[in-house]
Ligand binder design. Structure first.
Ligand SMILES: [Zn+2]
Length: 310
């Protein structure tokens, strides 16, 4: 395996060959996910047996079976780790930047799949981790921009009910209590859109908190908790308060700048605000902790791009 290891001079073909070995991919992701060695995602136990033929672990304590993808951004993707890691390598090594078309051609996947991969990888890069959010995670959505107040009231009510009022964009977000936020522009407030955001970003078994919107019904693999605004605003520690704070920061930032209602433009502002919010949070921490975070970020990323694996 050592002869194959990648270095600064390696080209794309070398990277593709390198990541074609499933054990290389498994080791790279495993190191990034569990720097202190693999552990059971259910009980945290480290007494595991590894089944080489299936590349899965079984927990000797609770019998849970899991793969290296569990709880990571790779989890729900049908695309193999060989392609994910090659895309990561391309992103880290192609100095002139890469497009989803270029990645699609190199990995023999559709441009659409490549776009999704790059989007997820940039997200992981920005957050400094390939792991999904855990613990208590607030999920909520908000209408942004538009001219709803000029509309006739009946029409407005009707529009607000289903797809969002004309001219308004819908933004959905998830926020890890004591952690990061992630937000994106969604087409509707339907189950498909809102639950996808939760599933892509939140580890199974965590505790999403939402309001009573029906679209959040059916998150069975989670400990879903609901606060009904019609009845109470805060139900113990079940509340979307931190996201409310994020929405007001976002709306304040958009005021004045946000004239167009095209979601195409909105997502840039949104990404920027998410970045600012997450940075601000780190800024509040002690300096040493912030430095550690950055070191961890680099380390994780290097492991993933396999500079040190081999
Ligand atoms: Zn276990």
């Amino acid at each position: 395996m050592e002869a194959l290891a990648l270095n600064e001079d390696s080209g794309l073909m070398a990277a593709i060959r390198y990541f074609s070995d499933p054990m290389v991919c498994l080791e790279a992701v495993s190191k990034a996910k569990w720097p202190k060695g693999p552990e059971c995602p259910r009980c945290g136990c480290k007494r595991l047996s590894f089944l080489r033929t299936r590349r899965t672990w079984t927990c000797l304590e609770c019998r849970k079976q899991f793969s290296v993808k569990v709880g990571t951004i790779f989890e729900d993707s049908p695309i193999g780790l060989d392609k994910w890691l090659t895309a990561m390598w391309m992103l880290a090594n192609c100095k002139n930047g890469i497009s989803s078309y270029g990645v699609g051609r190199a990995l023999e996947i559709t441009q659409k799949s490549a776009w999704f991969l790059l989007h997820r990888i940039r997200y992981a890069q920005r957050h400094g981790t390939i792991n999904k959010m855990t613990g208590i995670v607030e999920a909520d959505e908000s209408f942004i921009g538009g001219k709803a107040r000029n509309m006739h009231a009946d029409r407005r009510a009707e529009k607000i009910h289903s797809r969002g009022p004309e001219g308004k964009a819908i933004v959905a977000a998830v926020l890890e209590r004591g952690g990061r936020v992630h937000a994106r522009v969604v087409g509707t407030r339907r189950k498909k859109d809102l639950q996808a955001l939760v599933r892509e970003n939140v580890e199974v078994g965590s505790e999403p908190h939402t309001d009573a919107l029906k679209s959040y019904d059916g998150l069975q693999e989670y400990t879903h908790k609901v606060v009904d605004h019609a009845v109470e605003y805060v139900n113990g520690n079940v509340h979307p308060n931190r996201l409310e704070n994020f929405w007001s920061l976002l709306k304040r930032a958009l005021k004045g700048t946000y004239v167009s209602v095209e979601p195409f433009h909105l997502f840039r502002y949104l990404d920027e605000e998410v970045f600012r919010y997450n940075e601000r949070r780190h800024g509040c921490h002690a300096v040493s902790e912030g430095a550690e975070f950055l070191a961890g970020k680099r380390l994780t990323w290097d492991n993933l791009t396999c500079q040190e694996v081999g």
